[in-house]
Design a protein around this ligand. Structure first.
Ligand code: ZN
Length: 177
């Protein structure tokens, strides 16, 4: 289950994120990185990928948006996000290479968020909750044609997700380093 459309078509209310103890022996099926600390409908994920599948979270539109990013799949996007948000923890009065990287990570995150306007142009919304309501009503046949229409849709977890779960994220990146 690493197809975000599957999450949008799942039984209503089933796609919620549960946080669990970090397990570094398991590989996240979405990003392929070691370390899982959440589950969605019994499928284990790392918490960077979890928002892409937790489309029934009550605050889903606060913690994630839909973007159009056909060149990267959801897993590669998660790897990029993991690095960018990890870089945000770097702070130093001296301009070290790490501080420069942290500064660039803000630029990358801003550019990714700007891609929500392209999603809105293509499908009429950048809200996860709206797509969650619409997709179960789209005939299966139309979804087969999603290679053209939906293949570039990705879920972008926002800074608020990493702020709310900052402690779990710090533990994850510390264990991955
Ligand atoms: Zn992951």
């Amino acid at each position: 289950m690493t197809d975000i459309i599957h999450a949008f078509r799942a039984a209503k209310g089933s796609q919620k994120v549960t946080f669990e103890t970090l397990n570094m022996q398991s590989i996240c099926p979405c990003c392929g990185m070691a370390g899982v600390n959440t589950s969605v409908e019994e499928q284990k994920f790392c918490m960077v990928c979890a928002p892409a599948y937790g489309v029934d979270e009550p605050d889903v539109d606060t913690v994630s948006v839909i973007i159009w990013l056909p060149h990267l799949d959801q897993g590669l996007l998660s790897r990029l996000l993991c690095s960018a948000y990890a870089a945000r923890f770097v702070s130093s009065p001296v301009c070290t290479p790490e501080v420069v990287m942290a500064s660039r990570s803000y630029d990358i995150l801003a550019e990714l968020e700007a891609l929500r306007s392209e999603a809105k142009r293509r499908i009429g919304t950048d809200c996860v909750s709206v797509l969650r309501k619409l997709i179960p009503n789209i005939p299966q046949l139309s979804l087969f044609q999603r290679g053209i229409h939906l293949s570039g849709l990705r879920i972008l977890p926002l800074g608020s997700w990493f702020d709310i779960h900052a402690e779990d994220f710090r533990k994850l990146i510390a264990a991955r380093n």
